[in-house]
Ligand binder design. Structure first.
Ligand SMILES: Nc1nc2c(c(=O)[nH]1)N[C@H]1C(S)=C(S)[C@@H](COP(=O)(O)OP(=O)(O)OC[C@H]3O[C@@H](n4cnc5c(N)ncnc54)[C@H](O)[C@@H]3O)O[C@H]1N2
Ligand code: MOO
Length: 617
C-alpha cells in the first residue's frame, strides 16, 4: 500500500529531531600535513619547533655588532673590514653568534673589495628575526575541531609538525534510486534519464569534508532497495537515498526504512523539498531526499550538511544576506516555508531582485540564482516594491557586476550573456522575459538595466536605443507536419498543434494582426494558450513531436533541424536609460555588443543581420 499522507514538520524541528537522534564518535587518524587541507583537527596542535629556529637576517645587507657603529655619522663614518667586523648576509640567513644586527645593503657604502663604510648607528637586533618570531616551540598553533586551511598547512610545517591528528572523515553512502536513471557515462535510451543528483551530492559532500561513497543506481524494487540500504548502512556512517521518497507507487524508501529501522518523520513543511524521510538504522542516520533536483539540493543543505557539522563538532555556516527591492509580487504556499530562487542585480545604486521561473525540476533556476528568498510559513506573499532579505548564493561583487535585461526573448541574447565574462571579466547577464509594456515599467522603476524590444519606435527622452541585430522570423514546423506552414492563416489548419510564447510577446500580437488582416477575426490557432517561456524551449517541444508549429527566429530552427519558412524581419533593439548607458554597466554592454566574440556567436547561430550591431539608432 502506498503512503499518501505526508507529515508537515517545520524544517527546524525536523533538523532538531535528526540531530538529537544520532550521536557520533569519530576516530582520530594521523595524516601528513601536505594532505591535510580541509581535514578537521582532533586535538589542539602544539608547535614542535620555533620558526625561525634561530636568529636570522630580516633584510639583505651586512651583519654587524651594533656596538661597532656607535657614534657613526656622515661626518664620522665607521670603516668595517669583511670577516673581522662584518659579513655579507641575505634575508633568511642564519645570523652568526658574533653579530647582533643587520644593516640594510642600501645603507652600506662599499670602499673596496674588503671594506665598507656605514654612516649611521644601528640598534642591537635591528633587522634580525628572533627565534620563534613567527611561532615558538610549545605554542598552541591550532585549536581542536579546526578545519585546516592552506595557510594552516604552512604554519604546521613551519612549526615542525609533519603529521597531524585529524578526525576520520564520515563516509556517506549515496544511493540514487529509479529504474529509469542511468549514471553518467552510459548511453541513454528513450524513457531513461541521466542520474545527476548523485554527482551533485558527491561534490557537496567533498566540499563539506565527507567521503562520498557513490553506490550506483538502485532500481525500483523494494527487496533490492532494502538490501542496498542495509549494505550501505554497514559500510558507511550515514546514507543518503535519493528519490522514491514521495507518494508514488514505486516510492519505496519510507516503507523500506520503516522495516529496517526507525522513521523519525516523513515530510517537512517546505516547498520545494517536502517529501523528505528521516530515519535511523542501526544508530546511523539514513535520509531519503526528494528526487527533483532543486528539492534534492536544498534538502541536502538542510539535513546532510548539519549532520556532517555535528560529526566534526563544528558550528553552523553563517549565511550572507542582502536587502533588496522586489521587482514583482512573490507568492508563497500556505502552511509551508518557501524557497524561491532569485535573480539579483544592482541598478542605480540599489539591489533589486525577481523570482526565477521553474519548479523543483528546473536545475537551471538554481544555476542562475544569485540568491534565495525564504518565505516563512506564516507569510503568504511579498509585494512588488517591498524590501526583502535575500540569502546570497553569489558574492555581492558578482551581483554588482550583473546586468539585468528585461523584455523579449531571442537565442542571440543567451550569447550576449555567454560572452559577457570573456570580454568583461567578472561580468554576467541575466534576462527576464516579459512583454514590452511590462518591461518599460520595469525599466522606468529601476528594476533592470536595459529592455530588449522587437519594435523600432521613437525613443523617449532619457533613454538610448542600440541595435543588437535584425532577426529573421519564420514559420517553424517539425517532422510531424508534412505540408509546410507559410502564412498566419496556415496556423489555423485543422490538426496542427501550435505552441506560443507568453501573453504580451510580440509574436502573439503580430500573428493576431496578421490573422485579422485576412478576415480571421477572433480565430486563434489550436494551442494558442499553450505557452513556452523561450524560443529554445518551444523548439524542443517541436523537435520531440509534442507540438507541430511555432513562430520564431531562424537560429532555433537551424539548431534543431526544423523546417523554417520566412515570415518577417524585425529589429532586436536594446533600450537603456542614459544614466545606465553612461556608467560602468553601459560601458560593459557596449563592449560586449561590439566584441568580435559576440559577432561570431551571431554568425554561428545564423539568421541575423549584423550591419548595425552595437550602434545607436
Ligand atoms: N501525488 C503526489 N505526487 C508527488 C508529490 C506528492 O506529494 N504527491 N510530491 C512531489 C514532489 S514535491 C516531489 S519533490 C517529487 C519527489 O518525488 P520522489 O522523491 O519520489 O522522486 P521521483 O518521483 O523518483 O523523481 C522525480 C524526478 O526527479 C528527477 N530525479 C530523480 N532522481 C534523480 C537523480 N538521481 N538525478 C537527477 N534527477 C533525478 C527525475 O526527473 C524524476 O522524474 O514527487 C512529486 N510527486
Ligand atoms: O517537495 Mo517537492 O520538492 O515540493 O518539489
Amino acid at each position: 500500500m502506498r503512503n499518501t499522507r505526508l507529515d508537515s514538520i517545520p524544517r527546524d524541528e525536523a533538523l532538531h529531531q535528526l540531530l538529537t537522534a544520532v550521536d557520533f564518535h569519530p576516530e582520530k587518524e594521523e595524516v601528513s600535513v601536505s594532505n591535510a587541507c580541509g581535514r578537521v583537527t582532533s586535538h589542539p596542535v602544539i608547535a614542535e619547533r620555533s620558526m625561525p629556529p634561530h636568529a636570522s637576517a630580516a633584510m639583505d645587507g651586512i651583519a654587524v655588532q651594533a656596538e661597532m657603529l656607535q657614534g657613526a655619522s656622515l661626518e664620522k663614518p665607521v670603516l668595517l673590514r669583511e670577516g673581522r667586523d662584518f659579513i655579507y648576509i641575505n634575508t633568511g640567513d642564519l645570523l652568526p653568534s658574533a653579530f647582533d644586527s643587520v644593516v640594510m645593503i642600501e645603507k652600506v657604502k662599499v670602499v673596496d673589495k674588503d671594506r665598507v663604510q656605514v654612516d649611521e648607528p644601528v640598534n642591537p637586533w635591528k633587522h634580525v628575526r628572533q627565534p620563534g618570531e613567527d611561532v615558538a616551540e610549545g605554542e598552541v598553533i591550532l585549536s581542536a575541531r579546526h578545519t585546516i586551511r592552506p595557510v594552516d598547512q604552512g604554519v604546521l610545517l613551519a612549526a615542525g609538525v609533519e603529521q597531524v591528528s585529524v578526525l576520520r572523515r564520515p563516509r556517506v553512502g549515496i544511493l540514487p534510486t529509479g529504474s529509469e536513471m542511468v549514471p553518467p557515462g552510459l548511453p541513454l535510451e528513450r524513457g531513461q534519464l541521466r542520474e545527476f543528483n548523485g554527482t551533485v551530492f558527491k561534490s557537496l559532500l567533498e566540499e563539506c569534508g565527507a567521503e562520498p561513497d557513490y553506490r550506483g543506481v538502485v532500481p525500483d524494487r523494494k527487496e533490492i532497495l532494502s538490501q542496498e540500504i542495509s549494505r550501505a548502512v554497514d559500510m558507511c556512517d550515514m546514507v543518503v537515498v535519493n528519490a522514491g521518497s514521495s507518494a508514488g507507487s514505486r516510492d519505496f524508501t519510507p516503507k523500506v526504512l520503516q522495516d529496517l529501522g526507525d522513521v523519525l518523520l516523513h515530510g517537512v513543511a517546505t516547498r520545494p523539498g517536502k517529501p523528505v524521510v528521516i530515519a535511523v538504522v542501526k544508530g546511523k542516520p539514513v535520509l531519503g531526499l526528494p528526487g527533483y533536483p532543486v528539492s534534492a539540493y536544498l534538502s541536502f543543505d538542510w539535513f546532510v550538511r548539519p549532520l556532517i557539522q555535528k560529526w566534526y563538532g563544528l558550528g553552523r555556516d553563517s549565511v550572507h544576506v542582502v536587502s533588496a527591492r522586489l521587482n514583482q509580487d512573490v507568492q508563497g504556499k500556505m502552511g509551508a516555508e518557501d524557497f524561491i530562487r532569485m535573480q539579483t542585480a544592482y541598478v542605480n545604486g540599489e539591489y533589486v531582485a525577481s523570482p526565477l521561473p521553474g519548479g523543483a525540476g528546473v536545475t537551471m533556476s538554481v544555476v542562475r540564482a544569485a540568491s534565495w528568498l525564504r518565505i516563512p510559513q506564516d507569510v503568504q506573499r511579498y509585494h512588488a516594491g517591498e524590501r526583502v532579505t535575500l540569502e546570497l548564493v553569489k558574492p555581492l561583487e558578482a551581483i554588482r557586476k550583473t546586468l539585468l535585461l528585461a523584455g523579449c526573448d531571442d537565442p542571440l541574447l543567451d550569447w550576449l550573456g555567454a560572452e559577457a565574462s570573456t570580454c568583461c571579466p567578472g561580468w554576467s547577464i541575466q534576462r527576464e522575459v516579459m512583454e514590452e509594456e511590462e518591461g518599460w515599467k520595469r525599466l522606468r522603476n529601476g528594476g533592470c538595466h536595459a529592455l530588449v524590444v522587437y519594435r523600432r519606435a521613437g525613443t523617449p527622452d532619457g533613454f538610448v536605443r542600440i541595435c543588437i541585430a535584425e532577426r529573421d522570423m519564420g514559420w517553424i514546423t517539425g517532422s510531424t507536419v508534412s505540408k509546410p506552414v507559410t502564412c498566419a492563416a496556415d496556423l489555423l489548419r485543422p490538426g496542427l498543434r501550435f505552441i506560443n510564447l507568453p501573453p504580451g510577446s510580440g509574436i502573439r500580437e503580430r500573428i493576431k494582426r496578421m490573422l485579422e488582416a485576412k478576415q480571421n477575426v477572433g480565430s486563434v490557432p489550436n494551442g494558442w494558450e499553450r505557452v513556452e517561456t523561450s524560443h529554445w524551449k518551444a523548439a524542443a517541444s517541436l523537435s520531440e513531436g509534442t507540438a507541430d508549429v511555432m513562430v520564431g527566429p531562424y537560429s532555433v530552427a537551424k539548431h534543431y533541424g526544423l523546417i523554417w519558412r520566412p515570415a518577417w524581419v524585425e529589429p532586436l533593439d536594446l533600450i537603456v536609460p542614459v544614466t545606465v548607458w553612461e556608467e560602468t554597466a553601459g560601458n560593459t554592454l557596449k563592449k560586449i555588443l561590439l566584441s568580435q566574440a559576440f559577432r561570431s556567436a551571431a554568425q554561428r547561430l545564423g539568421g541575423y543581420n549584423l550591419s548595425q550591431m552595437g550602434q545607436l539608432v
